[in-house]
Design a protein around this ligand. Structure first.
Ligand SMILES: Nc1ncnc2c1ncn2[C@@H]1O[C@H](COP(=O)(O)OP(=O)(O)OP(=O)(O)O)[C@@H](O)[C@H]1O
Ligand SMILES: [Mg+2]
Length: 556
């Protein structure tokens, strides 16, 4: 972590907390920790602002734990966080910092999990409660006195709690606590909306703001790609092929989109899951755990995952849909590039969202470079590179070489090793093109037209009008364009289109030309010869529950 010269030992922390810091592996305090810890130790209220991933959790957890009275077996600390996953994560951090503090216990209180164990932990004397406001208010309605002994209150991501409409709940919670308490508030962004809370509920708060030229972390490399709304999924697939990521979190606006995009990526073989507020809580937790330990590499989420989540292996954040405001952008991309690591943030921008991109650049103080969609050549190179990497290990892995089988196969098939190798390559690469022409056919994506799109106010995004004005693409030789009612709106169904035509029609991939999936329909190039017979064959085929219904399509 980049920081001022400092050492945890000089900050006045409890020796057992210092021992835990060593055990966790932190070597030096980060700037927000250097400045906040002495203030909190001295009993001040405070407002702390520092970039994402710079250690705000420890900045409040370490001093507060140092001041707990382990002898008193009653709630002393309340930390509020906007989401369940964040509450759980912060509780886990507190636990790891409190490991050597005998008799100090932590409980996470959040919705979607049974209340019984939460109540039991409180009854058994947990001193630290980490909660989401909604569930805590449920507890308070049964046990109004449960916060009467709390002396420390932390509002993590206070601005987000206000944005989510927790103001009334927060008031209930504040009123259930003694006035004589210490209150601290932390976030990477502190919009004006926070002032009301600060003025009303904090006493003479000290402000700590870690100065930085930009709101976003400089080590996060940011890029944007212009794309039409109906081409997004193709753009995502193409970028995923060329981006070298370890783990990625993709953000979209709607719960439905998390499911659709996760399904489309899963169909391409990615280890991916959706995360949104409608998913059962135990599944939500499983998704985050799996992303942490590598069982999943991609999570497609709504903003429920935008704040605070700390998964060190996330190398990429992909804003598939534009965030609602610049703050959300800052937090979303902050899921990568944490604790001094590098990260990359990608953003898809549709023509009518250009203005929002400018707002983001202005507010964050950083330019978001434009990148172009990787073309077929780049995609092909990436595929060959991946195949080569995969094979490099296997070529060396002599233990798994079966020469007996090789001899048997070449004998039985009456072919030489080269012929067999070529056949095996064909099998290994099945379903993915490995020629330039093949890749070109596979994922046609149209870039938005020139800059004049910027001032257009007519054509609605994804509406028919704009598309009709695009120059029609030349048809591949010997092919006829057919239209089907399946479109992007049908999510995965449209993407299964190709598979259905190949299967049902008994065609090879070469027999089909381009496929263009638009918002509400798709265009497919089918062989002119035998077309009527083929259309007849496909007439009753259903894809994702919808009839395929291919019709010959005239351009004019
Ligand atoms: N002093 C330190 N040295 C090394 N790593 C640290 C230190 N302090 C915190 N970390 C690690 O840095 C990562 C980010 O910390 P944390 O989650 O507290 O960031 P944050 O500032 O709260 O970010 P966000 O704004 O996204 O919530 C965590 O993995 C944490 O363990
Ligand atoms: Mg945080």
């Amino acid at each position: 972590m980049q920081q001022d010269v400092g050492s945890f030992a000089t900050l006045g922390l409890h020796p057992s907390v210092l021992a835990a810091i060593t055990a966790v592996g932190y070597e030096e305090p980060s700037p927000i920790q250097i400045q906040s810890i002495p203030l909190i130790m001295a009993g001040h209220d405070m407002i702390g602002q520092a970039q994402t991933g710079t250690g705000k959790t420890a900045a409040f957890a370490l001093p507060i734990l140092s001041r707990i009275d382990a002898e008193r077996r009653e709630p002393q600390v309340l930390v509020l966080a906007p989401t369940r996953e964040l509450a759980l994560q912060v509780a886990t951090s507190f636990e790891s910092f409190a490991k050597q503090l005998k008799g100090v216990n932590v409980v996470a209180i959040y919705g979607g999990a049974p209340m019984g164990p939460q109540l039991k932990a409180i009854r058994q004397g947990a001193q630290v409660i980490v909660a989401t406001p909604g569930r805590l208010v449920d507890h308070l309605s049964r046990n109004g006195g449960m916060l009467s002994t709390v002396q420390f209150l932390v509002l993590d991501e206070a601005d987000e709690m206000l944005k989510l409409g927790f103001m009334d709940d927060l008031e209930v919670i504040f009123n259930a606590m003694p006035d004589a308490r210490q209150t601290v508030l932390f976030s990477a962004t502190l919009p004006a909306s926070i002032r009301g809370i600060a003025e009303k509920h904090l006493r003479n708060p000290q402000q700590v703001k870690i100065a930085s030229k930009t709101q976003t972390v400089a080590r996060i490399e940011q890029a944007h790609l212009m794309v039409h709304a109906d081409q997004k999924i193709n753009a995502v697939l193409r970028l995923l092929e060329v981006e070298d990521f370890d783990a990625m979190i993709g953000f979209v606006r709607t719960k439905q989109a998390t499911l659709d995009i996760a399904a489309a990526l899963e169909a391409k073989g990615y280890k991916v899951a959706a995360l949104n507020g409608d998913i059962a809580q135990n599944q939500r937790e499983r998704v985050i755990d799996s992303l942490k330990d590598g069982r999943l590499n991609i999570v497609i989420a709504t903003d429920v995952a935008a704040r605070g989540l700390d998964v060190p292996r996330i190398t990429h954040v992909f804003n598939i849909d534009m965030p609602y405001d610049p703050e959300s952008y800052v937090h979303r991309i902050g899921r990568t590039g944490r604790a001094g690591r590098d990260g990359r943030a990608l953003l898809l921008v549709t023509p009518r969202e250009r203005r929002m991109l400018q707002v983001i650049e202005r507010v964050t103080g950083q330019k978001v470079a434009e990148i172009l969609l990787p073309d077929a050549k780049v995609i092909l190179q990436a595929r060959v590179r991946r195949l080569t990497q995969d094979m490099a290990a296997r070529v060396k892995d002599k233990d798994n070489h079966n020469t007996e089988l090789l001899t048997q196969l070449t004998t039985d098939l009456d072919c030489n090793v080269e012929q067999l190798a070529l056949a095996l390559l064909a099998k290994v690469t099945e379903g993915q093109a490995f020629t330039l022409a093949g890749v070109e056919r596979e994922q046609p994506v149209m870039a938005p037209r020139g800059r004049d799109d910027r001032n257009r106010r007519d054509g609605r995004e994804g509406g028919g009008e704009r598309r009709e004005r695009r120059a029609p693409l030349a048809l591949s030789e010997g092919k006829v364009r057919c239209r089907t009612a399946l479109g992007n709106r049908d999510g995965v169904a449209a993407r299964n289109l190709l598979g259905a035509i190949l299967n049902e029609g008994g065609l090879s991939r070469d027999a089909i030309g381009r496929i263009q999936i638009r918002e509400s329909f798709s265009l497919v190039e089918l062989p002119e010869e035998g077309l009527e017979r083929l259309l007849g064959k496909l007439k009753d085929t259903r894809v994702g529950g919808k009839p395929l219904k291919l019709r010959r399509y005239r351009e004019d």
